[in-house]
Write a protein that binds this ligand. Structure first.
Ligand SMILES: O=P(O)(O)O[C@@H]1[C@@H](OP(=O)(O)O)[C@H](OP(=O)(O)O)[C@H](O)[C@H](OP(=O)(O)O)[C@H]1OP(=O)(O)O
Ligand SMILES: Nc1ncnc2c1ncn2[C@@H]1O[C@H](COP(=O)(O)OP(=O)(O)OP(=O)(O)O)[C@@H](O)[C@H]1O
Length: 489
């Protein structure tokens, strides 16, 4: 990137989260990811540079090893001139959703330059072949079994489903989503179909759809707005049924969504030859963990019929979901077991503050850091070293619980002679695809007390308000349609 030739008019607002704001180039397949800060909390240019460099190192030396070379794009830190940044910041301001404007885009002079993951990862310039991309923020896909857990409900209902109730009560979202991460991570195609359909119906901030790089569905600020699946299907129709232009109406919408879900399921279950170095990790053991959630909305009939399958189904090793779940499961103690270890480290640092850098709490995030994550033992010998290892594993796990998966798909003719490993096929369609993971910033050590409090808030709210309430009635005709439809393997 040539910093002296940067023109703000070539960049447009792309999206943002709680910690960063992203702009994309209009001609090339790249984005710039800026940090965001609360007003008066901004950092110096040097601090921002160091922070971005740590994000890069963590992606490159840790998450790439974990999740695989092909899925993770660590990008590069770029220096940008102020006469580019100031007008760019003004330009994007009007595009930003109001709910995100509490924080300001950092204009200190550094950003992360990354490939635009809504595009196929094989071309440096924007191709004019049609493409769409689904972004999924799957959240935590397992129920914890840690002996440190004090509330039994945490062993029955997953955190996402419990958290839904608090979010709706606080007005963050209008409706409870029927999505349960345990369905998506189950590896069972029917449950995955249900999870994806639920995400489409109530996308919240867990699903977005981009068409030719532009957001067309999901993550709307206006939470009153009920997502319009007909509109989405209308957008996607040319990708799935290019010649069948006249068929319209609910049946057509359903067919398109079913096709979309099938393509997504197949992609999520595809294994990558590129295994990274996660093979050198032992699988994280989770004794007697249940793989469905008591508050899940997946039709009880389906659970009954498929009970045996649900017990045995699993994710293919090497699939993106498997790798993400393995990283999430590095949280073996649960925040309830982790918090006392955090306090142990804090006490030690109070007595010996000069030891902070020796403990490597703030990096460097290099090979040595990665190697230390491999120690899965939970035999606490009372040492500060044990506490630090568990804390670092927890931070990696929390990162994996909050990342997003991008699936970019571009229709291709069966006869196009692409490398067949990068083509996903169903009976009706065939797509060239790429899968990536984004938002792999290591969660801060300092956020552990906040995590502890939030966990207790989510659980108490659920116990006080929801546990006694009956499960929502499941309308089989509406919601089971996809589930009970035969799924082609
Ligand atoms: O705690 P959670 O599960 O609500 O996750 C937070 C996310 O909320 P969500 O529930 O996905 O809507 C939250 O997402 P939103 O801002 O709600 O879109 C952030 O991703 C937050 O991470 P960070 O503090 O910005 O690094 C996330 O916080 P962390 O817990 O990952 O630190
Ligand atoms: N490399 C990329 N290519 C395309 N889109 C991207 C890329 N990186 C981020 N985005 C888009 O920008 C949005 C915000 O980015 P990101 O998730 O990294 O922000 P964040 O503030 O770190 O999120 P969080 O709220 O989870 O902390 C993403 O949801 C995604 O839609």
């Amino acid at each position: 990137m040539e910093a002296d030739r940067m023109d703000e008019n070539e960049w447009s607002y792309h999206g943002e989260g709680n910690k960063s704001l992203v702009v994309c180039h209009t001609q090339r397949c790249v984005v710039l990811r800026f940090l965001k800060f609360l007003p008066n909390r901004s950092k110096t240019a040097e601090e921002v540079y160091q922070h971005l460099q740590k994000i890069l190192d963590f992606g490159k030396h840790v998450m790439k090893q974990f999740l695989g070379e092909n899925y993770v794009h660590h990008g590069e830190v770029v220096k940008l001139p102020l006469d580019f940044l100031k007008p760019l910041c003004l330009r994007v301001q009007s595009e930003r959703p109001e709910s995100r404007c509490e924080k300001e885009m950092d204009v200190s002079g550094y950003a992360m330059c990354l490939p635009n993951l809504t595009r196929l990862q094989t071309f440096p310039f924007i191709e004019h072949r049609p493409i769409f991309c689904i972004e999924i923020k799957p959240k935590c896909g397992f129920i914890p079994t840690s002996p440190h857990i004090t509330k039994e409900i945490k062993k029955k209902v997953c955190r996402f489903c419990m958290h839904q109730h608090l979010k709706v009560a606080k007005g963050k979202w209008k409706r409870i989503s029927k999505y349960c991460p345990l369905d998506l991570f189950s590896g069972n195609k029917r449950r995955m179909h249900f999870a994806l359909m639920s995400l489409l119906q109530e996308s919240q901030n867990n699903l977005k759809v981009f068409k030719n790089g532009e957001l067309i569905y999901g993550c709307r600020d206006d939470q009153e707005h009920q997502s319009d699946l007909n509109e989405l299907a209308h957008h996607l129709k040319p990708f799935f049924f290019p010649t069948n232009g006249l068929v319209n109406g609910p049946q057509s919408t359903m067919n398109i969504l079913k096709e979309l879900i099938q393509v997504l399921t197949n992609t999520l279950l595809t294994t990558s030859a590129d295994s990274g170095r996660s093979e050198s990790f032992k699988s994280v053991p989770i004794p007697q963990s249940r793989n469905y959630c008591e508050s899940g909305h997946v039709c009880t009939e389906l659970l009954r019929i498929n009970k045996h399958k649900i017990e045995t189904a699993g994710l293919p090793k090497g699939s993106i979901l498997y790798k993400t779940l393995q990283a999430q499961m590095l949280d073996m103690l649960d925040i309830e077991g982790l918090y006392p270890l955090y306090k142990r480290v804090e006490k030690y640092l109070e007595e010996c503050p000069e030891e902070r850098s020796t403990l490597l709490l703030d990096g460097p995030y290099d090979e040595t850091f990665f190697e230390k994550l491999k120690d899965l033992s939970t035999d606490d010998n009372g040492s500060v070293e044990y506490a630090v290892t568990k804390i670092q594993q927890y931070r990696v796990a929390m990162t994996a619980k909050d990342c997003s998966i991008m699936i970019a798909l571009s229709p291709t003719m069966q006869e196009d002679c692409y490398d067949q490993r990068s083509v996903i096929k169903t009976a009706r369609s065939s797509f060239k695809y790429s899968v990536s993971i984004l938002d792999l910033d290591l969660k801060p050590y300092e956020s552990i007390p906040h995590q502890y409090k939030r966990d207790s808030k989510i659980v108490s709210h659920y116990l006080n308000h929801e546990e006694a309430a009956p499960s929502p009635i499941f309308k089989e005709t509406e919601d089971c349609t996809l589930l009970l439809h035969k799924v082609t393997h």
